[in-house]
Design a protein around this ligand. Structure first.
Ligand SMILES: [Zn+2]
Ligand SMILES: [Zn+2]
Length: 201
């Protein structure tokens, strides 16, 4: 036992600032969480996906062994909503020597990640300025010089919220930004984290 539970029904009483709401409300079915307090017939559960606390009837909460979830098992926990779902609900990413590798996010969460704002007028105009194949290019982030389409791939970088183009960056920096999910705060967090742990600094 490692303390994790799955909440089967997806309903309960939300607890905000220590106060239990009067009306029962819904959350995602099969949300994964941890029991915070045993209250007899009910339990206070912390749901990791939504970072919220709920009072839920004890019989709707099931203990799970999270080490027995994932691609090799019948059920997998989504890394965004943190619901326990049938492993087929996660799109196949690739096959490797050890078998099928699936996406870490469930199909439902992926649809909202992939949702992009439509191209704006600004985007259509800026796109024409994209450096042409064979032209020299300096990436505004890593400052690396390249020959477009020959020594580096150049990516049109969109702001997925507005649909506008921010600029042109190299493929490698685009992957880097993608890791931070285009969240400004994540980048700042990374900078602060590195500064905090920089022993030379
Ligand atoms: Zn999900
Ligand atoms: Zn770059």
């Amino acid at each position: 036992m490692n303390g994790w539970v799955v909440c089967r029904q997806g309903k309960g009483y939300l607890v905000k600032n220590g106060i239990q709401e009067k009306l029962e409300t819904n959350f995602n079915k099969d949300s994964v969480g941890m029991i915070n307090e045993d209250r007899g017939d009910s339990v206070l559960v912390w749901l990791i996906g939504s970072d919220s606390y709920w009072i839920i009837p004890k019989n709707e909460v099931e203990e799970i062994d999270v080490t027995k979830t994932g691609d090799k098992f019948d059920f997998k926990i989504c890394n965004v909503c943190h619901c326990l779902k049938p492993t087929e609900n996660f799109a196949r990413n690739q096959n490797n020597l050890r078998g099928i590798v699936r996406r870490p996010s469930c199909q439902k969460c992926r649809t909202s990640i992939d949702k992009r704002a439509p191209k704006t007028k600004q985007a259509k105009q800026t796109e024409k300025q994209k450096p042409k194949k064979g032209e020299p290019f300096t990436c505004p982030i890593c400052r690396k010089r390249s020959i477009v389409g020959i020594t580096a791939k150049i990516i049109v970088d969109h702001d997925h919220h507005t649909g506008n183009i921010r600029g042109f960056i190299c493929d490698s920096c685009n992957t880097g930004l993608g890791r931070f999910k285009n969240g400004e705060n994540y980048l700042m967090n990374a900078v602060n984290y590195i500064k905090e742990h920089d022993t030379l600094g």
